[in-house]
Each structure stands twice: as C-alpha cells, then as structure tokens.
Design a protein around this ligand. Structure first.
Ligand code: GLC
Length: 665
C-alpha cells in the first residue's frame, strides 16, 4: 500500500512516474507538525533498522546520525559529514513496522535518525511544500520493490561500461592518453575506457576540445576505439563567460542561463573562471543544453560524466568583493576591530557559500523560482538534459552517462559516481555500504573512485579496493592531480593487478546479467543480507558483506595489513577464490561465522546453496568476451538464467536475450 500526502504547493520534481492518488488523511504512522515548516516524528523501536538515503556516510543501518539532503561539493567524507553530492530522500524503517518514506522536496531536508534522541526519527523540511509518500510492506525488501516500481526503470548503460576504466585529473594531451592505453595494453591489464578530465577542453569550456593538443579529435577517438578503448569526456555545469564562445553566446541570447533577481545572468566562478549555469530546470534551456552534446557525439564519443553540478561554486564576484573588502579593512585597520579569524573565515567560506544558492533563479513555467528551493534538482536535470539529448540524437543507442550530483528520478537517465573520496581504508567500507542504499533509490549504475581520489594511494589499498570494484557496475580508478600515480601498471607486481581486473572480465557475463535483470524488473543488484535472509538473527547486523544478484554474496577485505577477514554465512555456501594463477579454489562452508584467508591478489566470493554462476575465459576488453564459452561454477544440477544482449541497443525484451544454463557436474 502506498499513501501520498500533499503539503502546501510542492514543486513537481518528476521523481515519481506512476500516478498515485493523494490521501486527505494524516499519515498512518508518526505525527506531522506544520508549525515551523514540515516535521514528521516517529518513535523507533529499540531494534528497528533504518535503511536507505543513497549516497550518505555511515553504515548500511543509518541509525545514529543526522543527515541533511543538500547536494554538496565536499571532498572530505568524514563520519560527521551530513551532506554529500546527491540527495536521495528515501528511507526504509525495518522492524516492528516495515515501511518506507519518500520525501519529495528538492530543497534541504533533514533526517535526524536517532541522533538528537536515540529512539526518535525526525524528518524536517524548511517549508511545508512537499509530497510525502509512505509505503508499507511485509518486509523491507517488499517496501523497496514497491518504491522502485513507482519511480520508473533504472538507467541501462551500454555493455562496454561494465568494463574497467582508468581516469585521472591531469591527462592533457593525446600522448598522455596513449601512454595510459599502452600501459594497460602492454601489461595485459584489461581496460575499456579512458576518462577525459577537464584538461582535454579548450580553457575549460564545455563541449570544446583543446585543438592544439587534440588535432583531429575524431581520428583520435577512432584510434582509441580500434584498440577497444572508449574515451569518456567530462562535462561541467558552468559555461565559461567568454565573448565569441558559441555555447555562451547562444545561452545569453536565448536567456538560457540562471538569472539574478534583477534579471541579469548569474555569475559563478568554477574551473574556467567566471561561468553561467544553464537553467536546466527550464525545459527549453534543458533541451538546448542537451543538444550541446551533439558535436562530441558526432566525433565518435559514446559516453560522458557530468561534474560540478551541485552546482559547485568556488566564489561569486559579489562574494569575492565582500571578502576582499574585509581583508582590506583588516590590513588598514589599526584599532583591531577586524580579526584575523574573520578574514580567514571569509576566505575559506567563499567556496560553496550557502548564500549563493539564494542569489539566483530558474525560470519555470513563466515563474522565477529561487535556486535554494529546488537546489537538489540541478545535477539531476543537467543529466536529464544529456539523456534527453541522446534520445533525440540517437534514439536506439545506449550511452554511458553518470553524474556527480543527483536526485531520485535521475536514476532513469544515468548513473552516479560517489564523488571525491580519499585513499583511505575506511572509504572502501563506505563504498560498500553506499551501494545497497543507492540501489534502493534506483541508482544501479554506481561506483566510487577506486584507489581513492584525494591523497596518495598505496599498492595494497588499491588492490583491496579493486577487489571490491570488481563487483560494482561502475569500475573506475580515478585520482586527483598531484597525487601519486595510480594507474594499475605504476606499481610493482603488475601481475596482481592484471589478475584482479581480469576477474572482473571473467565475471562480467554474470554481473551484466544480474544488472540487467535488476534494471528490467525494478529490483536490486546489491542487497543487505537481511533482504535475502529476513528470518536470520545475525544477518540484519552485517555491515560489511553484500548480496549481489540472486546467487552470490561478497565480503571484501577493507583493512590494512589484513590477511583475511571474518565472514558470516546465513546458509551453507561455496567459498570461491579466484587465484592469481588463473585457477579457482572452492570450499563449502557451513552456516555461521568463519575466518577466511584472502591474499592481496585473490578475489573472493560466496555462491549460495543450489545456485551456480557463469564464468568467462579471460579477456582484455568487453568486445573480446566469449559469451558462448562459459564455465558454470556452483552446485551440480543448479540452473542459471543468463541475460545477454548486444550491449549497444535497447532491444531488452527480445526472448533471445535469455537462456537457461545448467550445471551438469
Ligand atoms: C571534481 C571531480 C573530480 C575531477 C575534478 C577535476 O573534483 O569530482 O572527479 O577530477 O573535479 O575535474
């Protein structure tokens, strides 16, 4: 059962695609107060678990922290962090009552989940203008499935996007890219994508390519494609202010940029210096921006990543002027009225200052809507612009597309990466814990910067992280400029990297099949253990293992210097290790707790009783995978429904895409 409640005058976010009739009565659970904005309060039972919230810090069980949905460019993901890049306002309460809540409000929303008061869950919005959905179900899993159904089918990328990708902020020239391609191909480490960060552009101008460095860009795209490597350029939210730059000129002429209150185009400084933001919430401007991807597509590009779309703002001219004024006062001040701390705060507070978001407007249906009221929809609509653009440019084709900022609804248009993490062991675990939560909110194509974006990685950290990344739909190694080189071939013992990344390709037919089944039936690819074992006593408390698809459980190592880890098995399972010599070690383990040894160069997984999974022969790119030469791993007699298709077009319902495999002995 799904209840929909309307408060005030909600903004139509289009997150929910299914029609649901509004209910006049009060929500059956919890209490609503409209005294100051909107407040819903609920008393949690002692053992209730709260799932969801997509991209957020802390565990799979979100209880014990206060989270704020407010798309934020924050490269320091700490335990205390309240807001990250995405805003995913869906939670599930599991325990005495199993029910889900979706708070459809694109402004700031606070989820105090037993932080102020350990047993109180309180959701608050600054204004009472929202849709509030309540979904009940037999189990938390049943609740999630209903939610997924009403928000529409998740994005489906092309098959090559399930390969491994290398990225780094700082590749500037064709030679840089060729060197990385050579590094992978000559070391026989599989790869399918090279990501182009901001330096490929001409002066950081969206949809341009630095002509000096990338002469004959289509030829270069082709050259890479002939090596089975796709180039995936970044697109940033801000459009450089520069006379003569066509994207800028067109946007200004047609009024497609976000405006200040006085009607002038709002200016925000990002990578290129001063920029304007395309008003992607305005359908006409969105259509225009989506069309801007065309020239790159015509040059052979098949995928993009959309960045800085919270939107991130380094400073505004007004903010910079105020801070400079304060600094001048401080320098000239002899009375000590202005303190050094005020100056420091003014300078460090320049980046992403909250006031900026109240200083610009969107034009929607002839109304001016102040940005902060719809803040969480910006990245979502930038990505929607691209997706709608692709649909017009090549309607039958699948494009790779993912975004840094997102709101529920964007899961239909693209995937996400989880932003600027660090080369920290704790971020491997955070990566794992975000995955099922993201899936619950519809984001199936997701992954973290493997190896860590900020900070210097180490060989062991990268290997362990890759061994988790083997299973995440987006498998990308990405790092910041000025950090230690992080490409897999930069480390001693390259064969270990070849092996770990290679396992991804051996498992790819299975992972792709499970992804597609999840996407096509509004299901989860990653699940918390309790979703598969609702009766099990320990399963709901397991925070570092996940169920993947219908057949396997994963339990990666995420601690430094470990030689293995403890693992909990809710049922008898087959413990499988992909060994560095290419062999597969198998052992049946009884239900319960076990310590399992896992070396740095081994990839572990667990196959459930009575199940089997297909494993391919080694390949160095998706195009080389032999889908007709699959070995089955698991219990004799077990059957597996394999989904496979051409990976390029959208012929998902073709019965030829499904075939039954049976493990003989
Ligand atoms: C942002 C992105 C990061 C990218 C950098 C430069 O920090 O999150 O992935 O490398 O910008 O474009």
């Amino acid at each position: 059962m799904i209840w929909k409640f309307k408060y005030g005058h909600p903004f139509e976010t289009e997150a929910v695609t299914e029609h649901i009739t509004e209910t006049e009565e009060a929500p059956p659970l919890g209490t609503v107060s409209l005294q100051e904005g909107f407040r819903w309060r609920y008393e949690l039972a002692k053992d209730d678990i709260v799932y969801g919230l997509g991209e957020a810090v802390r565990g799979i069980n979100k209880r014990g922290h206060c989270y704020i949905s407010h798309a934020s460019d924050d490269p320091h993901h700490m335990e205390s962090t309240q807001s990250l890049y995405g805003a995913h306002n869906f939670i599930v309460i599991a325990g005495e009552h199993n029910f889900g809540l979706f708070v459809d409000d694109p402004a700031k929303v606070t989820f105090d989940i037993g932080s102020t008061c350990s047993d109180i869950l309180e959701i608050s919005c600054q204004e009472a203008d929202l849709y509030f959905y309540m979904i009940d179900g037999e189990t938390p899993y049943a609740v999630v499935k209903q939610f997924r159904k009403i928000i529409g089918r998740s994005y489906i990328p092309p098959k090559f996007a399930f390969g491994f990708g290398q990225s780094r902020w700082g590749y500037r020239t064709k030679e840089d890219f060729r060197r990385v391609a050579d590094g992978y191909r000559s070391n026989h480490i599989p790869i399918d994508m090279l990501y182009m960060d901001i330096d490929y552009m001409q002066d950081f101008k969206d949809f341009t390519v630095n002509g000096g460095e990338f002469e004959d860009f289509p030829g270069f795209v082709k050259e890479m494609k002939e090596r089975n490597i796709r180039l995936i350029p970044i697109i940033d939210a801000g459009v450089k202010v520069e006379k003569g730059y066509p994207v800028y000129e067109e946007g200004v002429k047609n009024g497609y940029f976000c405006k200040r209150a006085d009607g002038s185009d709002f200016v925000a400084a990002v990578w290129p210096g001063d920029t304007h933001f395309p008003d992607v919430l305005n359908p006409e401007a969105r259509r225009w921006f989506g069309g801007c991807y065309r020239p790159l597509i015509e040059q052979g590009i098949e995928g993009f990543w959309n960045d800085m779309n919270e939107p991130a703002i380094f400073y505004t001219p007004e903010g910079l002027e105020a801070a400079s004024r304060l600094m001048r006062e401080y320098v000239e001040d002899e009375t000590g009225t202005v303190s050094m701390f005020q100056v420091r705060e003014a300078l460090t507070g320049l980046q992403n200052h909250q006031d900026y978001y109240k200083a610009f407007y969107h034009q929607i249906d002839g109304r001016m809507v102040r940005h902060d009221k719809v803040h969480n929809l910006f990245g979502c609509n930038m990505t929607r612009a691209a997706d709608e653009g692709f649909e017009r440019i090549a309607p039958d084709k699948r494009f790779l597309l993912f975004s840094r900022s997102s709101y529920i609804g964007m899961h239909r248009c693209g995937g996400i990466w989880t932003g600027d993490n660090k080369s920290w062991w704790s971020h491997i675990l955070l990566n794992l814990q975000m995955m099922p939560a993201l899936n619950m909110c519809g984001f199936l194509y997701a992954g973290a910067d493997l190896g860590g974006f900020g900070g210097h990685t180490t060989r062991d950290l990268l290997l362990r992280w890759l061994a988790l990344g083997v299973f995440t739909p987006l498998m990308r190694n990405h790092s910041a400029i000025d950090t230690r080189a992080q490409e897999c071939y930069q480390f001693e013992g390259v064969e270990d990297f070849r092996h770990i990344v290679g396992v991804r390709y051996r498992l790819l037919p299975y992972l792709y099949s499970e992804y597609m089944k999840a996407a096509l039936s509004d299901d989860l690819y990653f699940k918390p253990l309790a979703f598969e074992y609702p009766q099990d006593t320990f399963a709901p408390r397991v925070e570092d293992q996940l169920m993947l698809g219908g057949e396997i459980m994963i339990a990666p190592v995420y601690t430094q210097n470990a030689k293995g880890r403890y693992v909990y098995l809710p049922e008898e399972m087959r413990f499988v290790k992909f060994m560095p010599d290419g062999s597969i070690q198998q052992e049946t383990l009884s239900p319960g707790h076990h310590y399992v040894e896992i070396a740095l160069n081994e990839v572990p997984l667990f196959i459930r009783s009575g199940k089997c999974i297909p494993v391919a022969k080694a390949a160095e790119c998706v195009a080389e995978l032999q889908s007709d030469a699959l070995e089955l791993l698991g219990d004799p007699g077990a059957e597996y429904w394999l989904y496979d298709d051409d990976g390029t077009y959208k012929d998902y319902d073709n019965p030829a895409n499904r075939r039954l495999l049976k493990k003989m002995s």
